[in-house]
Write a protein that binds this ligand. Structure first.
Ligand code: ATP
Ligand code: MG
Length: 405
């Protein structure tokens, strides 16, 4: 069926009082952005709804895009008719027939914005309800939890009828929650943490550490490809790659083995904090989950977090790996994350890193290296690129080719 518009209902933002206007404006902007390649679509953000007028564009494709936009509670593809109850009856019957099986129940849920329309909401309910019952033998109305709800809105510019309500992504529109950086590895967790950060309305800049020649070009490309996958939820993303080889080599040479991991992490966080402040971001996200590995115990967090006062946000803190994997599959990052390219954190890691590093020792051993000089060098050589939905970095043919060499 050719729908005329998608009626979008706001989620949490409808309770945001005076910020509501800004939220709606940002959501309108984000929706326009994800639909930019549907030239005929028009969007009208209003105080209670956002109307996506299709003007003949394919509704299934538009619906798939809308499912990725944070700040949407749910939406309904709708058909517009003139303000004529007879036309409304026929469309309601068509929509009902699309879903109806013997024994199902229904109700009409009418609203009236145009107070001059001759029928009030009760009249619309009645007119459509009795028409449907007359035309479908055995059809029964049910007010509580019916199988099918026909929503009907009489507006100034026509009557809009819908029979389906599709869940949106929830959360808050990206851009309403400020900016933060994300420490992105190529693993399973940090992409999921990114998604959850975006879901709370935060715009995210990716920071990725790489250590050539210990880590390959493919490992770097994997982090970029993950960023492209995540950009469908937020629009383009700044990707900041920071060389980490020299720092790791120096730490390996100067620091006692038990503290290699802790000191490496302190330097990563120091660099990320410096980048965060320079870019006027307000916090740092990571993919850490309490107790998952040696660096993610409370003691390790004390020893590592010591280097910054910025909020370090850990959306996965209390999640089990199975829960995290479930989200990774849902958002389409899992298959990429399990590609076996090495991360810089796995090189130079002793077989048994300290699970309870001491803060005083961490501070002491860090002094064995030239922190400022190493940081300056890494920051001077970092590179920022912009990554967009659909960008590709992992060419499968290249994969095969490099394996042949
Ligand atoms: P992930 O699945 O995100 O890699 P993990 O469980 O493997 O997490 P670690 O590898 O110890 O745990 O990393 C913990 C966190 O440190 C990551 O979630 C990420 O936020 C950050 N991190 C790890 N490696 C890098 C890297 N190369 N660049 C930037 N951040 C990183
Ligand atoms: Mg990892």
């Amino acid at each position: 069926m050719q729908y005329s518009e998608i009626m979008v209902r706001y989620g949490e933002l409808s309770t945001k009082g005076k910020n509501k206007k800004q939220f709606i404006r940002q959501l309108g902007h984000n929706v326009r952005h994800v639909l930019h390649d549907f030239p005929k679509v028009e969007t009208f953000p209003r105080h209670d709804r956002l109307h996506v007028v299709l003007n003949g564009e394919n509704s299934d494709k538009v619906i798939d895009r809308l499912k990725q936009v944070f700040g949407i509670e749910n939406f309904s593809p709708s058909i517009k008719v003139d303000k004529d109850i007879n036309q409304a009856k026929q469309v309601a019957l068509k929509l009902l027939n699309q879903q109806y099986h013997a024994g199902m129940t229904f109700k009409i849920d009418a609203r009236r914005q145009d107070k001059h329309f001759p029928l009030d909401t009760y009249g619309v309910d009645n007119a459509l309800g009795s028409y449907l019952i007359d035309h479908i033998p055995g059809l029964k109305a049910k007010m509580k939890n019916p199988d099918i709800t026909i929503r009907t809105e009489v507006r100034l510019n026509g009557i809009f009828i819908s029979s389906k309500t599709i869940d949106g992504a929830g959360g808050l529109p990206v851009g309403t929650g400020g900016r933060a950086t994300m420490m992105l590895s190529g693993g399973i967790d940090s992409p999921v943490a990114t998604y959850l950060g975006m879901k709370r309305g935060v715009r995210i800049d990716m920071v990725h550490f790489y250590s050539p020649p210990y880590t390959s070009q493919q490992a770097l490309n994997k982090a970029k490809e993950l960023t492209a996958k995540l950009s469908v939820y937020s629009g383009k993303i700044n990707f900041i790659q920071v060389p980490f080889t020299k720092i790791q080599e120096t730490i390996k040479e100067k620091v006692p083995e038990g503290y290699l991991m802790t000191i490496q992490r302190r330097l990563m966080l120091r660099l990320t904090a410096a980048i965060t402040l320079k870019r006027h971001c307000k916090g740092i996200f990571t993919g850490e989950s309490l107790g998952q590995v040696a660096s993610q115990t409370l003691e390790s967090m004390v020893a590592i977090n010591d280097v910054t006062n910025l909020p370090v946000l850990r959306p996965l803190l209390s999640m089990d790996k199975t829960e995290i994997i479930k989200i990774a599959r849902k958002i389409g990052t899992y298959k990429l994350s399990i590609l076996p390219y090495e991360d810089c954190c796995t090189i130079f890691t002793p077989p048994a890193p300290k699970t309870k590093p001491r803060l005083d020792n961490s501070r002491k051993f860090e002094k064995f290296i030239d922190v400022d000089g190493l940081m300056k060098d890494a920051l001077d050589n970092m590179k920022v690129t912009t990554i967009r939905p659909g960008d590709e970095f992992l060419n499968s043919n290249q994969d095969v080719f490099s394996e042949l060499l």
